[in-house]
Design a protein around this ligand. Structure first.
Ligand code: TXA
Ligand code: MG
Length: 322
């Protein structure tokens, strides 16, 4: 079981040390408990998915402790964002805008946008400040289970898989942050939460809430989810590769039949699914930008994070190949 620590100097230092070493810790925010990792470390972020048992990759919110951080995480800062930040940060509002290169694709589920929020919980703020990097953190629950609002909830769900939980008592807001997408001219709430729509509208005018029917169970099915522009086919048989096509290969651990491809990218030379998951989106983007006719993706073992990788590949596969 995880060690439950008070949010004193000792507890916070322990949490920060684990984060700095690429580990994962549970910590309180004003909304719900988060399962945090170094947002600049792709392998650390992949561990979050492994612990949560998520069968798919969902984009994760980056938590910051100083407003200025948005300048290195977002490509351009929107006027609406400026107003909302002024009014509601620190607090339960996550804002989505185009990401800079520094934000790893595993954080965003391959998307070019990133959600950022500055929590108001003093313990969260202290951990982020001491760590010195943004903390990627979804709610600290298992896939499909309720979000935890007390340290004990976290312990029950994922206590066996993490080293420590920082106990900040009950989360004062108790529901997740409102997630608002400002990447288009329309302001769209993707998830209602701690800050009501009406309050947001007072600051930036009309806001839409995404329809329930559009909010499909798996975010992997949402229209704004990343798929490559280049046709993609899951490689079921090495004989199916045509001689005259400019093909790329996304291989699992070794480059077999290298001569058949214009380029080959390897997810994990060690055959480690954690490493494979951490490289998955960035390598797919790399192949997608090479002007290929087709990307072949070698299947990975369907266990642990391999389930989420295969889910993503099936969704990215071009229709006619399915
Ligand atoms: O209050 C909260 O937001 C908590 C605490 C820990 O901060 N975090 C949280 O994270 O609820 P999570 O991962 O459980 O939910 C984040 C939601 C997901 O539904 C995800 O799909 C959406 O935000 N999201 C994050 N980044 C996104 C992006 N770039 N585009 C679209 N949706 C995004
Ligand atoms: Mg959640």
């Amino acid at each position: 079981m995880a060690e439950i620590l008070k949010p004193d100097k000792n507890g916070i230092e322990k949490a920060v040390n684990i984060l700095k070493k690429g580990g994962v810790v549970a910590f309180p925010t004003e909304t719900v408990y988060g399962l945090g990792a170094n947002g600049f470390n792709p392998v650390a972020v992949a561990k979050i998915f492994e612990i949560k048992n998520r069968p798919f990759f969902d984009p994760i919110i980056l938590h910051i402790a100083e407003k200025d951080y948005i300048k290195i995480l977002w490509k351009k800062i929107d006027e609406r964002a400026e107003k909302l930040i002024e009014k509601f940060w620190p607090g339960p509002l996550s804002i989505i805008l185009p990401k800079t290169e520094i934000v790893p694709y595993i954080v965003t589920g391959g998307l070019e946008t990133v959600a950022v929020r500055m929590p108001s919980h003093p313990v969260a703020l202290e951990i982020i400040k001491m760590a010195g990097f943004p903390i990627a953190a979804p709610s600290a629950n298992l896939f499909g289970k309720l979000s935890p609002t007390e340290a004990e909830h976290v312990q029950r769900q994922i206590g066996e898989k993490i080293e420590i939980i920082i106990d900040g008592g009950k989360c004062p807001v108790g529901i997740e942050s409102t997630v608002i997408d400002l990447t288009t001219e329309k302001s769209v709430i993707l998830r209602p939460g701690g800050i009501p729509k009406e309050d947001i509208e007072k600051v930036i005018g009309k806001v839409e809430i995404i329809e329930k029917s559009e909010k499909i169970l798996s975010p992997g099915q949402l229209p704004f989810h990343y798929s490559p522009k280049t046709p993609l086919k899951i490689l079921r048989n090495w004989n199916e590769i045509k001689e005259n096509e400019k093909a790329g290969l996304l291989a699992f651990k070794e480059a077999k039949f290298k001569e058949k491809f214009k380029c080959v990218e390897i997810l994990s030379p060690k055959g480690d699914l954690l490493e494979a998951a951490s490289n998955f989106f960035s390598l797919l983007h790399k192949l997608d930008n090479m002007g290929l006719d087709i990307i072949y993706a070698e299947p990975v073992p369907e266990k642990g994070l391999g389930i989420a990788i295969m889910d993503r590949l099936r969704k990215a596969e071009t229709k006619k190949y399915k």
